[in-house]
Design a protein around this ligand. Structure first.
Ligand code: URA
Length: 207
């Protein structure tokens, strides 16, 4: 009998698909490389940022610049290491001059992001910043909902899976401020640290 693929193998397949299918060729042409994701495929938490910046583009890893250093510090604050969690972005190539990702760029990468999430099957999806949040929780304001876990229900067929799959899966999404936005803003920084510190409690509440 054929053995089921490991989570790592599934993730490698998804990465290969993005490359083979030439997703977002304009961004791919201006970027150094694909920044797919980093960390443990067995993580209970997936952190999702916006798009790679300069350092991420050069190293091929998400959150390795100043925002990443701050993220690592907050992870240590809840006794987790970066290698224990999984970190990725909505958009997998650096937008030129660090401009905001376009709605069309977010849309084209979303099915691949969902495939990553489904492969890892985390208990908690943590969105970092407004762009990431909007892909999961449209029509809310981050200033109103940050730090509050929300349960979302999505049909598998909406996730770029088999069109015939009408099964509904429930996911818990925790919207947080973006570490880069909070880095130099005293009150937002403290709010993010406080929200982040509640992650272990929020995880423990999820069945
Ligand atoms: N900001 C993001 O949203 N993602 C990164 O990978 C780095 C900075």
């Amino acid at each position: 009998m054929k053995k089921d693929k490991s989570k790592l193998e599934l993730l490698e397949d998804i990465k290969g698909d993005i490359l083979a299918q030439n997703i977002c060729p304009e961004l791919a042409a201006s970027a150094t490389q694909l920044v797919f994701g980093d960390g443990s495929p067995d993580s209970e938490i997936v952190f999702i940022g916006e798009a790679p910046g300069k350092n991420e583009d050069l190293q091929g890893l998400p959150f390795v610049g100043a925002a990443g250093k701050f993220l690592n510090e907050m992870l240590e604050g809840i006794s987790l290491k970066r290698q224990d969690v999984y970190i990725t972005n909505i958009v997998k190539y650096r937008p030129p001059d660090n401009r905001d990702p376009l709605p069309s760029e977010k849309t084209v990468f979303l099915p691949y992001l969902w495939k990553q999430i489904v492969a890892i099957h985390p208990k908690l999806i943590v969105t970092l910043g407004r762009h990431s949040m909007e892909s999961f929780l449209p029509n809310v304001r981050i200033s109103n909902v940050h730090g509050q876990p929300k349960r979302i229900r999505i049909k598998n067929s909406e996730l770029g899976m088999k069109k015939s799959d009408s099964q509904v899966a429930a996911w818990v999404v925790l919207p947080l401020f973006h570490p880069a936005a909070a880095l130099y803003n005293g009150s937002m920084r403290q709010t993010l640290i406080d929200d982040f510190a509640r992650i272990p409690h929020i995880l423990a509440q999820i069945k």
